[in-house]
Design a protein around this ligand. Structure first.
Ligand code: SF4
Ligand code: SF4
Ligand code: SF4
Length: 307
């Protein structure tokens, strides 16, 4: 009594599913909840921002690798005519949105320093790391320029030096790690802001402050702290008077991107299905799908000839 081709394919599919998913139900439950301890963060209360761009200037001044001369000066408000993104020349940008009562709503953007960063998970050589204080750092010496981090980042933050032919680097906000936050000092942009838009401190304390503000001034804020839960949480948290989707903050669920992708990656490697094994499986498929007997070959040829 032999096994026919259909049963064999079913068996293969079953083994595949069991190996990758079924046997590893434990990894599906391994949803990340890291980063909710004593890590540092910044609460950005966008309702106070006046669009002065002092934060952009401070960021440029502290990061000596950034160009000293940019196309527009930091006093130039014409930059608000279009929405900008972070680039290799600017780790942070302020954009303008139509606000309430015909006012402009300004919003500062930079790397969110995710609790469970997709960029770190995607980097195959460990050039991006999550520090204990919450900063997500980049090591140019390890980077091989694959740009997986750029594809993985849900906020489209990392920028790549395409114009640098010999030593291109990925660029993004450093959370002022080396010069400031690793010593407990606030980032340069936070310190420079004349409107005290940003508050630096322990992430869990910032969440308490944000909740209090929302409770005390329900007409001023939408009842949401962006970054508290999105994608497993971020070190940079935001308050807004406008719905977050109106100020270009994507809507995300609570699970981080690595929370979805890593269980699959880990299941594959944990159960040792390296490429060679996959090739073996494909080989079995091909073997079973080969023409079964000599009679079928002329039949196929005849059908083709009739057409
Ligand atoms: S915002 Fe993007 S670049 Fe920044 S930590 Fe998160 S995934 Fe990484
Ligand atoms: S934390 Fe530092 S690197 Fe990041 S935007 Fe602010 S000043 Fe720039
Ligand atoms: S320095 Fe402060 S007020 Fe000025 S644009 Fe930056 S966040 Fe807004």
């Amino acid at each position: 009594m032999g096994i026919d081709r259909r049963d064999f394919l079913r068996l293969l599919a079953g083994i595949g599913c069991y190996t990758v998913i079924g046997k590893s139900t434990d990894v599906w439950a391994d949803i990340r909840t890291v980063g909710h301890g004593d890590i540092l963060g910044v609460l950005v209360d966008t309702t106070f921002c006046v669009g002065c761009r002092t934060c952009e200037k401070a960021c440029n001044q502290i990061n000596k690798d950034l160009p000293r001369k940019l196309p527009e000066s930091f006093e130039d408000s014409s930059v608000f005519e279009k929405r900008r993104r972070m680039t290799t020349d600017s780790y942070t940008v302020v954009n303008s949105y139509p606000g309430k009562k015909n006012r402009q709503q300004f919003v500062k953007f930079q790397c969110m320093h995710c609790n469970d960063p997709a960029c770190v998970s995607a980097c195959i050589v460990g050039a991006l790391t999550k520090e204990d204080n919450g900063a997500v750092r980049y090591d140019p010496w390890k980077c091989i320029g694959c740009r997986y981090c750029m594809v993985a980042c849900p906020f489209q933050v990392p920028a790549y030096e395409y114009s640098n032919a010999f030593t291109p680097q990925v660029r993004k906000c450093t959370f002022c790690f080396e010069l400031r936050t690793s010593k407990g000092e606030m980032p340069a942009c936070v310190e420079a802001c004349p409107m005290e838009v940003m508050t630096f401190g322990k992430r869990k304390e910032l969440i308490k402050i944000a909740r209090k503000r929302i409770k005390r001034y329900p007409d001023r804020y939408v009842p949401h702290i962006y970054g508290e839960h999105e994608l497993g949480g971020t070190s940079w948290l935001y308050l807004s008077s406008l719905p977050f989707e109106d100020i270009d903050f994507p809507k995300f669920g609570y699970t981080s991107t690595p929370g979805y992708t890593e269980p699959i990656q880990h299941a594959i490697f944990k159960n040792f299905i390296p490429p060679l094994t996959l090739f073996a499986v494909l080989g079995c498929f091909m073997w079973f799908l080969r023409p079964q007997d000599k009679k079928s070959e002329p039949l196929l040829r005849e059908e083709g000839q009739e057409k």
